[in-house]
Design a protein around this ligand. Structure first.
Ligand SMILES: [Zn+2]
Length: 446
């Protein structure tokens, strides 16, 4: 191997650090084991292979957020995202910022996907045309079987199919369905109410109509095999849902329908919610539906995707009243609440109905994932920790994330064995719980 390719290989190896023999044997055991994926945004394969996909498509989720954070101007991003732009120009605009962003977890995942799935250890202006040709060549039926099953060994992935407004059946070989009801909780304005009417064929002229529409959507979602309720309202507002009477919520609903109050535009909407009482009441209504049907609830907490956001809205401690009010509902709290992973540790420890989920986390930061898993193993019973959810639109990146997760779990458990926390045999058992059995039971048991 010449010096140049040695350096580029070692740079990538740096993303997945050299393992001790004990760690290596755990890596091999977890690599050979099927795992369960608690959260994805993967498109159905027919939709994926029907669309143009190239290197920059894959970079779009999430590496481009860090490239943007590194300083990529918005005009350049628009040029890069257009497949019409000559490839050399797309790379020239991307490269200076990618050079700074490639070390983050998102950057590591993208490099791992391109190396392992497409066999290119180096991403450069020279290799890019061949990388795109390789992506194109695989972009056909069979892609998911190869990547999700043969390479990533994923038994099933819980998919947040928010690309489907109406519930749709997904291929059970790969997927389980999580459905969002946020459109009924926070319709935003009269146009949101009309959209909910159209979707459910329920006429909505009052709060009770809105509830009936939510119930119909819930029923239809059960019919397509929904295994979890999902909410991403932390992207829009604070997660504190007060107990609000029907009368107060009705007043908000009537004002919303009459267009009496306007929600502010832009970032002010993160904190100024003119129909908060309606939203709070409806959130509790959806929790009652989940309770009645024995379904778990997945809630986004912590860091939000993209750039910007309003971090403090997403603190998982805002949810505390719900854990008391709905003791039979199992709450799957996402993304370890990062950077509120300490708060989440306490919630997972204190409430039997709170489960902690590392989905998205190994690509946010492998170091945070490892440090936090170290902490959680000592604070939270091992049956309540889900160690992996890919949280990607593209299976190549799900594969890379799964590889990073298996390695991080192996690394932490090897260190735990070294510390005398558990035996090597127990480390294998704990790894199987974290990566497979906890989520397997959680989503299959009802
Ligand atoms: Zn997600």
């Amino acid at each position: 191997m010449d010096r140049r390719s040695f350096l580029s290989r070692s740079a990538l190896a740096g993303a997945l650090p050299a393992a001790s023999p004990r760690e290596q044997s755990l890596v091999e055991a977890f690599d050979a084991m099927e795992i369960v994926d608690s959260h994805e945004h993967l498109l159905p394969e027919e939709a994926r292979v029907a669309q143009h996909t190239d290197f920059f498509t894959l970079a779009g989720h999430y590496a481009m957020n860090d490239v943007t954070s590194a300083g990529l101007p918005a005009e350049s991003l628009a040029r890069i995202n257009s497949p019409e732009t000559p490839l050399a120009e797309r790379w020239r605009l991307f490269e200076p910022y990618w050079n700074h962003a490639r070390f983050t977890g998102y950057g590591q995942a993208l490099r791992t996907a391109i190396q392992d799935i497409y066999d290119f250890p180096v991403i450069s202006g020279q290799t890019l045309p061949a990388i795109n040709a390789a992506i194109q060549a695989r972009n056909k039926p069979g892609l998911y079987r190869y990547v999700m099953k043969e390479r990533a060994k994923i038994r099933f992935a819980v998919v947040d199919d928010n690309y489907n407004a109406a519930p749709a059946k997904l291929d059970p070989e790969f997927f389980r369905v999580a459905r969002k009801f946020d459109r009924f909780i926070a319709p935003g304005g009269a146009s949101g109410v009309r959209a909910a009417e159209k979707l459910t064929d329920v006429s909505i002229v009052s709060l009770s109509g809105l509830k009936q529409a939510a119930e119909k959507s819930f029923q239809q979602s059960l019919e397509v095999g929904m295994v979890a309720v999902k909410s991403t309202l932390a992207y829009s507002r604070e997660l504190r849902y007060h107990e609000v009477s029907e009368a107060d919520a009705s007043r908000d609903f009537d004002a919303l329908l009459r267009g009496e109050r306007k929600a502010p535009a832009g970032f002010r909407a993160f904190t100024d919610r003119p129909f908060r009482q309606l939203e709070d009441h409806m959130f509790h209504h959806v929790m009652k539906l989940a309770e009645a049907h024995g379904l778990p609830v997945q809630i986004h907490t912590g860091l939000t995707a993209g750039n910007g956001g309003w971090l403090t809205n997403s603190n998982p401690t805002h949810l505390t009243n719900l854990f008391y009010l709905f003791p039979k509902v199992r709450f799957d709290l996402f993304h370890i609440g990062y950077p509120y992973q300490g708060e989440l540790s306490v919630l997972g420890k204190l409430f039997p109905n709170v489960f902690v989920d590392f989905c998205w986390v190994h690509v946010i930061s492998p170091a945070v994932a490892c440090r936090t898993l170290h902490d959680y193993l000592e604070t939270i019973p091992v049956n309540k920790i889900f160690a992996f959810g890919g949280d990607y639109r593209f299976p190549e990146l799900t594969y890379a994330h799964a590889k990073m997760a298996r390695r991080n779990v192996a690394r932490v458990l090897a260190e735990k064995v070294q510390e005398g926390f558990c035996t090597e045999k127990e480390a294998l058992e704990i790894g199987a719980l974290l990566l497979r059995d906890n989520a397997g039971r959680f989503f299959e048991a009802r």
